[in-house]
Design a binder for this molecule. Structure first.
Ligand code: CMP
Length: 141
């Protein structure tokens, strides 16, 4: 498996719960390294641009409201199979359906406020990293 980068986000519901410690422990135990990190509150239009592929979905308005409702923690994670490993740590989109021990099961709230985001493919990761860390020179792990 190739060394990869993925965009990882801790969404406003989980930032509010103040449980960053166990999230970073899970990242480290999975052999992933945060190589870029920022805490910010997305504007509604930034959230709309980030989730542009979901623009036609019925939940788009509520999703982008939620995503801009409070601070989020944005990261670039690097490591072997980073995209797949981070998504495996997260579990299913709906926390209620996620396997025990996954981050969404442990800390997510509901299908919309599901605690975390992870890129789903190398092309998506490249777009999302460029979108949220524009022009940043990210030093490799
Ligand atoms: P994420 O992995 O960030 O990708 C798209 C997001 O849309 C997803 O997490 C959820 O936050 C949200 N989402 C997906 N399905 C639904 C749904 N059925 N109802 C509301 N929100 C959803």
């Amino acid at each position: 498996m190739a060394r990869e980068r993925t965009l990882a986000m801790i969404k406003p519901d989980v930032v509010k719960k103040n449980v960053l410690g166990p999230v970073f422990t899970a990242i480290e135990e999975a052999g992933l390294r945060p190589v870029a990190l920022r805490r910010t509150q997305l504007s509604k239009s930034q959230a709309e641009g980030f989730y542009a592929v979901h623009r036609q979905r019925p939940f788009f308005g509520e999703l982008t409201e939620f995503m801009s409702s409070g601070p989020a923690v944005l990261m670039v994670l690097e490591g072997e199979d980073a995209i797949g490993r981070w998504r495996e740590l997260l579990g299913a989109t709906n926390p209620a359906e996620a396997v025990d021990g996954t981050l969404r099961k442990r800390f997510g709230t509901n299908i919309q406020c599901n605690g975390f985001h992870g890129s789903d493919a190398p092309e998506t990761a490249a777009f999302e990293i460029g979108y949220l860390f524009p022009g940043m020179d990210i030093v490799p792990a």
